[in-house]
Design a protein around this ligand. Structure first.
Ligand code: FBP
Length: 268
């Protein structure tokens, strides 16, 4: 298989009919175990959800992928950088090489940038090398583009800033950009427009009422997003499997959010 064929094959695993749903589970590094309980702190719990629901991919840091993925048939997206919330400096550096990630045969790699941080140029520089090397071996790159100021206290999700975050991903050569959705359907269309040929996926954000959450996802899709990479709204939910099935209906079957809510959550 040529690198281009490998790239196309990976992209078609990640996007089915142009849409995707992945589970995000890099929070142990980013937020710490405060996000977890006795169940979802266990990587096996998350791998089982990903395998049984057949989501397009599971996003983890390399350590979890290395220790757990061999027991499961789950497509991986391996995050190559990470930071903790213990450090006030808004810089996330590479913690895993492409060579190391490649041993696990992921369908893509991921990297977070913080546009607006005083360290943005370091992250852009590192990311540009990662994109170059990944593309040489047919690996798509997903960029988490999260605008922040120096101390991480400004998490601007205005339309202009999100459009900027999307544009940076396009200009750096990302294949997919992950953004926070700002609950502004019309504004988000401008964000999508500025991403050009880069596909946009939205984050789930902190645990919210399922009805509100499903509506937000559908609004992001209506604005032109190609799917979602969801973490806490799945594995912190009372019934994670129902959340994933509802999301699949919205994303792949263009289901109405109220109908999906009734189907999966009404009896609760
Ligand atoms: P959620 O769906 O739980 O919001 O996860 C999305 C995500 O991008 C994770 O991949 C990442 O760990 C986390 O959000 C980072 O969130 P933040 O930088 O806002 O703390």
């Amino acid at each position: 298989m040529t690198d281009f064929e490998k790239y196309s094959s990976n992209m078609s695993k990640l996007f089915v009919k142009g849409r995707t749903l992945a589970l995000a589970y890099d929070h142990g590094m980013e937020h710490g175990p405060t996000d977890f309980n006795l169940n979802n702190s266990k990587p096996d719990f998350i791998f089982e959800i990903a395998e049984k629901t057949k989501v397009n991919a599971l996003v983890t840091q390399i350590g979890i992928a290395e220790k757990y993925s061999s027991s499961y048939n789950v497509p991986l997206i391996i995050k190559l950088n990470g930071k903790t919330r213990l450090s006030p400096k808004m810089i996330s550096r590479q913690v895993c090489s492409i060579k190391r990630a490649e041993r696990l045969n992921p369908i893509a790699v991921g990297y977070t940038i913080y546009p607006g941080s005083e360290f943005e140029s370091k992250m852009f520089h590192e990311l540009s090398k990662i994109i170059e090397e990944s593309h040489e071996i047919g690996l798509p790159v997903v960029v988490w583009s999260y605008p922040r100021n120096e101390r991480g206290t400004i998490r601007d999700t205005s339309t202009d800033i999100l459009a900027y975050a999307a544009r940076i991903a396009l200009e750096l050569g990302a294949d997919v950009v992950k953004l926070k959705y700002n609950n502004d359907l019309e504004g988000f269309k401008w964000v999508v427009h500025n991403a050009g040929k880069v596909k946009i996926v939205v984050a789930g954000s902190s645990l919210s009422d399922p009805k509100v959450f499903l509506h937000n996802i559908v609004d992001a899709l209506k604005a032109g997003a190609s799917g979602a990479f969801v973490g806490r709204n799945v594995w912190q939910a009372k019934e994670p499997y129902k959340v994933v099935e509802a999301l699949k209906d919205l994303i792949f079957n263009y289901e109405d959010p109220d109908r999906a809510y009734e189907r999966y959550f009404k009896s609760e």
